[in-house]
Design a protein around this ligand. Structure first.
Ligand SMILES: Cc1cc2nc3c(=O)[nH]c(=O)nc-3n(C[C@H](O)[C@H](O)[C@H](O)COP(=O)(O)OP(=O)(O)OC[C@H]3O[C@@H](n4cnc5c(N)ncnc54)[C@H](O)[C@@H]3O)c2cc1C
Length: 327
């Protein structure tokens, strides 16, 4: 019998996020023709159901979104468990975001399942699901077997291609689940702080990230990084030297004690490439480094390097990008 496969998605601006679409694509491949259930937290909407259906989801279940008082992922677990039990699910896939990782851990514990987060490959092995994921800040990759009948696997965003929209036969069905009264025990949310990200796309979702380091010299000169980012429709990132100096908020920090980003293109400007920075951006598809010191460690991980003064190179790049893009 084909294992029940459930994808838990996240919504942004009323649509499944790219990472949720990627998870749906992986599930569709693994299911090999068997139905895949999608699960969203929100109000049932036909447009949502049909857009996710094109990624390979055959049915979408909607659970009530978390209330303000219990926003944590843990509060959603009882509702998720009821969907898993109705579908005789064996595998749950979800994006390895902050929300997804929190949900994955709590869900696996309550569902008595194996779990893995930050996964970049998955296939059916002899003893169960086998997953691969980077460890030690991307310096090694481990293969892990999730033996046992059930598994919760959080997939690293952008590690899998977004599925090509398919013209799948049959309409997807949607079901509104009843309000689930029981709330899982867990940490209580005591407050939230707005994340200051500035203009442009959010750092965690951006296809392009332009990050500046101490080489930019001062808070006043950091606008060069922001202009380059704006010209490329990119998010702005920063090294810890920049955020420690108070030039820009810590929400822009990339690295071990900041954000982990995996854009298609990461442009590091005036960043030396300390290991604590590298671990936060090494998953980027293409890395470009601009640094005046040819021996800077950032060049060891860069696909393309420009050795020179950023105060000459960035304005020249900006002028050329604006010319090409007609802005
Ligand atoms: C526990 C711990 C956690 C940490 N977490 C993080 C983290 O999350 N993120 C992070 O980034 N760091 C982190 N760090 C700090 C990290 O070790 C580095 O100190 C930091 O990344 C350095 O930032 P930087 O590259 O901007 O500055 P620097 O190392 O000072 O490098 C500046 C670079 O700019 C270049 N430069 C100077 N002038 C120019 C110019 N005109 N044109 C072009 N290039 C120029 C220089 O050649 C140099 O390579 C952490 C450290 C510790 C101990």
């Amino acid at each position: 019998m084909t294992p029940g496969l459930v994808v838990i998605g996240e919504l942004r601006d009323g649509r499944p996020t790219e990472a949720s679409r990627e998870a749906a694509g992986v599930a569709y491949q693994l299911a090999a023709g068997a139905p895949v259930t999608g699960l969203l937290f929100g109000s049932p909407e036909d447009s949502l159901t049909s857009s996710w259906a094109r990624d390979g989801i055959s049915e979408v279940c909607f659970l009530p979104p978390p209330t303000d008082a219990a926003r944590q992922a843990g509060a959603l677990i009882p509702g998720v468990l009821s969907v898993l039990s109705e579908r005789s699910a064996e595998l749950v896939l979800l994006p390895s975001t902050t929300f997804g990782r929190e949900l994955a851990g709590g869900l696996a514990a309550r569902w008595d399942a194996g779990a893995a987060t930050g996964v970049t490959a998955i296939h059916r092995g002899a003893a169960g699901w086998e997953v691969r994921r980077p460890v030690f800040g991307g310096r090694a990759t481990e293969t892990r077997s999730l033996s046992g009948p059930r598994a919760v696997v959080a997939l690293r965003p952008r590690a899998f291609p977004a599925p090509e929209p398919r013209d799948l036969p049959g309409a997807s069905t949607q079901r509104s689940m009843p309000e689930v009264g029981a709330v899982a025990k867990g940490p209580t949310l005591v407050g939230t702080e707005p994340v200051l990200t500035g203009e442009g796309p959010a750092l965690g979702d951006a296809t392009i990230v332009v990050a500046g380091g101490r080489g930019v010299r001062s808070a006043d000169q950091f606008h060069l990084i922001e202009e380059l980012a704006a010209a490329l429709d990119a998010a702005v990132g920063a090294s810890r030297a920049v955020t420690d100096a108070g030039w820009r908020p810590t929400s822009l920090q990339v690295g071990q004690t900041g954000r982990t980003v995996t854009p298609q293109l990461y442009i590091a400007v005036g960043i030396s490439g300390a290991i604590q920075h590298i671990v936060g951006m090494i998953g980027s598809r293409v890395i470009v480094a601009i640094n005046s010191d040819a021996s800077a460690p950032i060049f060891k991980v860069a696909d393309y390097g420009i050795v020179g003064d950023l105060f000459q190179i960035v304005p020249a790049l900006l002028a050329e990008i604006r010319r090409v893009r007609g802005r």
